[in-house]
Design a protein around this ligand. Structure first.
Ligand code: SF4
Ligand code: SF4
Length: 173
């Protein structure tokens, strides 16, 4: 597994290759089989990975909470929902609550999340490789390769599973 610090540069080197692989999957992959492959790799690679030693996602994105999640997190922190929202959040155009800053306001120095078990689904699920219908979300998945070292590894293993070999001028480019 590559280190969190090098994933951005390594992903940049593989950018064309990864988008060619995305096109390959769109044409060649069976969507249901692809979901099973992603799920298997997701479980296998995250099983022993310490995300607290990475937290690239928390450093590069805002946290996003639903109103319900915000209310639950406020309660866990012994705050009122209004107090919690005023201190950490603002409403976005989709009606969700974004944290005010990047890195996320809830990221702690030791890599833990202030929200603990109450962290939003979007955080728990990142990089979303255990969710269904990954075939329709391959663009988003490829863009997150530059953030997540586990996803970087997942895509490399998936290339091996499909026997995908990238050539600069191949027809998947
Ligand atoms: S999900 Fe990926 S980017 Fe986020 S902390 Fe874990 S390894 Fe890092
Ligand atoms: S809410 Fe927690 S898990 Fe989600 S981005 Fe912020 S620090 Fe990371």
């Amino acid at each position: 597994m590559i280190s969190p610090n090098e994933v951005k540069a390594r992903a940049q080197q593989k950018k064309n290759e990864n988008y060619a692989f995305r096109t390959f999957l769109k044409v060649q992959a069976d969507p249901e089989k692809l979901d099973r492959q992603f799920l298997k790799l997701h479980k296998e690679l995250f099983r022993n990975y310490d995300c607290n030693a990475c937290r690239n996602c928390c450093k590069q994105f805002r946290g996003t909470l639903s109103g319900e999640e915000a209310a639950q997190c406020a309660e866990n922190l012994d705050m009122s929902p209004d107090e919690f929202k005023a201190k950490y959040l603002h409403l976005n155009k989709e009606g969700m609550y974004d944290t005010n800053h990047v890195p996320c306001d809830f990221l702690q120095e030791d890599g833990s999340c202030l929200l603990g078990d109450c962290k939003p689904d979007d955080c728990t699920d990142f990089p979303f490789t255990a969710r269904p219908d990954r075939w329709s979300s391959l663009l988003g998945i490829m863009s997150n390769v530059a953030v997540c070292p586990v996803l970087f590894e997942m895509i490399e293993r998936l290339k091996n599973e499909y026997g995908f070999v990238y050539h600069r001028n191949n027809r998947w480019y």
